[in-house]
Design a binder for this molecule. Sequence first.
Ligand SMILES: CC(=O)CC(=O)SCCNC(=O)CCNC(=O)[C@H](O)C(C)(C)COP(=O)(O)OP(=O)(O)OC[C@H]1O[C@@H](n2cnc3c(N)ncnc32)[C@H](O)[C@@H]1OP(=O)(O)O
Length: 442
Amino acid sequence: MAQTKTSTQRKRSNPGSQAGGVRRVAVIGGNRIPFARSNTVYSKISNQELLTAALRGLVDRFGLQGQRLGEVVAGAVIKHSRDFNLTREAVLSSGLAPETPAYDIQQACGTGLEAAILVANKIALGQIECGIAGGTDTTSDAPIGVGEGLREILLDLNRAKTNAERLKILGRFRPSHLVPTIPENGEPRTGMSMGDHCQVTAHEWAIPRDEQDQLAYESHQKLAAAYGEGFFEDLMTPLAGQEVDNILRPDTTLEKLASLKPCFDRENGTMTAANSTALTDGASCVLLASEEWAKKNGLEVQAYLSFSEVAAVDFVEKKEGLLMAPAYAVPRLLERAGLTLQDFDFYEIHEAFAAQVLSTLKAWEDPAFCKERLGLEAPLGSIDRSKMNVKGSSLATGHPFAATGGRIIATLAKLLEQNGGGRGLISICAAGGQGVTAILER
Ligand SMILES: CC(=O)CC(=O)SCCNC(=O)CCNC(=O)[C@H](O)C(C)(C)COP(=O)(O)OP(=O)(O)OC[C@H]1O[C@@H](n2cnc3c(N)ncnc32)[C@H](O)[C@@H]1OP(=O)(O)O
């Protein structure tokens, strides 16, 4: 029994983890539910149920029933106040051993990738052997809050001891108290939405409308082709009769996209409902492990999560583009990894908005931006666009905020496995002027 052994008698359980040493972190595989436009098929399904469905699918696929994993880390950008720890609740219904620890994190649209970095770091340090990272979001089931006035009345009512006290408190009630507090897709410090911010950046970088529409069009074409070849068959668990992302429009045309009206700057804007992500419901997760654990459990390694970098920009005082932090994170990532921007076989650049992707690519090509903002002697340069988002991305799949990271990791890991090797770059912009990036290799 472990309790009767002294520490010196105890066999070291992670011989790969020497002091100061790190282990390679394997991506075993991922799973997600099909993503759905908000207020459609998942409109009556909670965040917790969406995450549970994605987790259960992963548990079934990799035979993890009853296993105690190191930990499960996930989160949602928009949560109800009742969801203290929705990841733990999802784990308790997932088929994993109930002794598996789990907790929520929140890093806006970077949540899923940040969760994977947290789990990976513990595996790398030998603190755990395996874990699951994930994310979920539903804008169909957004929490509606009550205003301050009504909140005070309700709390006082709860504390009141007599009916007379209750009646007196109810006398403070005014119809104006019924105005609800609805969560906004906006930045608290600027009062602008993500789309408003991105439209400012698109103007600054002079991103033409037709280039944004082209990117959106290609995203749908590539996602449709990926479904056609069965790419997602072992990456997805159907839910509520939904088998594919219902935002996907394989039949859309460039002419149709060109006909849509701008939706943020309505006068001079270039961003539309098609070259912006739609509000989406969904969940995803990925299984990460040490190589030893994977081998012991007879599981193949798809890829390794080797580097990560998170950056933040000053979008308040310095007026940097809110969604431009990946432009800063990636050069730091490359420097630490000893790589150039061209040293990749795949690029997974989250398509929050087509204009966000195109502004970031343009920034890396721009000598003045690279010198003055990034402190580089030469620009990072261009990427081979045929290697970018090859199975479609958020414009076509949709973007359930916290679930996008897991979708991307699972897609890229499978691509690297199919390719028989190589390297992929992940870049995800996030609210709050942040960007989460990582490298997968095989
Ligand atoms: C949060 C982070 O941390 C970082 C990030 O990722 S930032 C990104 C976060 N996400 C967002 O901010 C979501 C942004 N999106 C939105 O707010 C909304 O989707 C939107 C304002 C852009 C559009 O909303 P909407 O007007 O309700 O869109 P919707 O009604 O679906 O579409 C408008 C029209 O375009 C059409 N359309 C949309 N996509 C199309 C496509 N691909 N092909 C053809 N037509 C399309 C629709 O059919 C519709 O046409 P009709 O009016 O004829 O019905």
